[in-house]
Ligand binder design. Structure first.
Ligand SMILES: NC(=O)c1ccc[n+]([C@@H]2O[C@H](COP(=O)([O-])OP(=O)(O)OC[C@H]3O[C@@H](n4cnc5c(N)ncnc54)[C@H](OP(=O)(O)O)[C@@H]3O)[C@@H](O)[C@H]2O)c1
Length: 313
């Protein structure tokens, strides 16, 4: 387990419950976590202490696979991923930019792929979104279409029901001006919307000429932002082929909605939306088994057979 924030702990708890998984070690640099018994951090039976030196932990434990959940931005987590590659450990990571790194980080993607192959390991970025709802699920649905003309993706999350960290991340409670200033500064809002669109476009054989993303505040009744409205529009020439919206706001009516205009048309709504944190742990752990059987190198969800959950006993 590499990274034991809220998501890494959720992944760790699920991994500890899966019979086919033996936890070989845990790493986190946060001073409040490093050195503590893993069982205490996960609040369940688990072996060993949380270590703060990933290279040393990997050399000692020699895990087949690393479940990685430390950050969203590829340049930040690159050294961690390279440490795993050099230790020959496969990786499933929640890093959003890793889910489809070939556009935003062309050179880093090449480097990771080369190092992964050299280490004879496989590296995958995934999670609930990006990783599943606005990309893999839409790709799977397209399997019943003879032809797809247009895809509309919508994910609405009611952040009032979610962790405070997420509420802060989407700007809930900021003034509209504060929100706009944060958005202009970068590293704000949902990460991975473009990655979802690119992955979907690759699956459908679309070479997008443009993919424009906008991040705006979602105003509440009190005039403050109650969250964010993030859109992406993908075009081939002048033709819009992908329209995606992530609305994360306090009090929003949560749902996931995928609409494929094509032959035949397909429209799917998930009432209430897929619960983000629980689903992310599931996607990561469920993908782990597939990654062990995948070819070495940097891969995406498009390279894996469908991931599945586990039936209760
Ligand atoms: N793809 C998806 O669908 C999806 C879904 C959910 C979350 N995510 C992403 O997954 C990541 C983890 O989420 P989270 O909410 O658990 O984040 P978090 O609360 O920030 O936890 C990350 C943990 O990793 C630690 N860490 C950072 N750099 C490290 C390093 N070099 N070595 C070891 N540990 C390190 C952090 O320590 P410090 O606190 O000391 O930095 C922290 O304890 C986030 O980037 C999040 O956006 C993706």
């Amino acid at each position: 387990l590499f990274g034991l924030g809220a998501i890494g702990r959720g992944i760790g708890r699920l991994a500890a419950q899966r019979q086919e998984i033996e936890i070989a070690g845990a790493v986190d640099i946060a001073p409040e976590l490093a050195g503590r018994p893993l069982a205490e951090v996960l609040e369940m039976e688990a072996p060993g202490l949380v270590e703060n030196d990933a290279a040393a932990a990997l050399a000692r434990a020699k895990p087949a696979l690393v479940l990685h959940a430390t950050g969203s931005y590829l340049p930040d987590v690159l050294p961690q991923l390279l440490t795993c590659a050099r230790a020959g450990a496969n990786v499933v990571s929640t890093c959003e930019e890793l889910s489809y790194p070939y556009k935003r980080h062309v050179e880093l993607a090449k480097q990771l792929d080369a190092e992964a192959r050299a280490g004879n390991m496989t590296m995958l970025g995934t999670g609930v979104n990006p990783g599943f709802v606005m990309d893999t699920l839409a790709v799977v649905l397209s399997g019943v279409c003879q032809e797809v003309e247009h895809v509309r993706l919508l994910r609405v999350v009611d952040v009032a029901t979610r962790r405070e960290q997420l509420q802060r991340k989407v700007g809930a409670g900021l003034t509209i001006e504060e929100f706009k200033a944060r958005a202009a500064g970068g590293r704000f809002g949902h990460v991975g919307l473009q990655e979802s669109c690119w992955l979907l476009a690759e699956a459908l054989g679309w070479r997008l000429d443009s993919l424009e993303e906008r991040l705006e505040p979602e105003p509440g009744a009190d005039g403050l932002a109650r969250g964010q409205r993030q859109t992406a529009v993908g075009k081939i020439g002048e033709r819009t082929v992908i329209e995606a919206l992530v609305l994360m706001a306090a009090g929003a009516e949560a749902r996931d909605d995928i609409e494929l205009r094509g032959r035949p048309p397909v429209h799917m709504t998930i009432e209430g939306g897929v619960a983000g944190d629980t689903a992310t742990a599931a996607v990561v752990v469920n993908a782990a088994r597939r990654v062990l059987d995948a070819r070495p190198g940097l891969i995406t969800m498009l390279d894996l057979p469908p991931i599945t959950g586990v039936g209760s006993r």
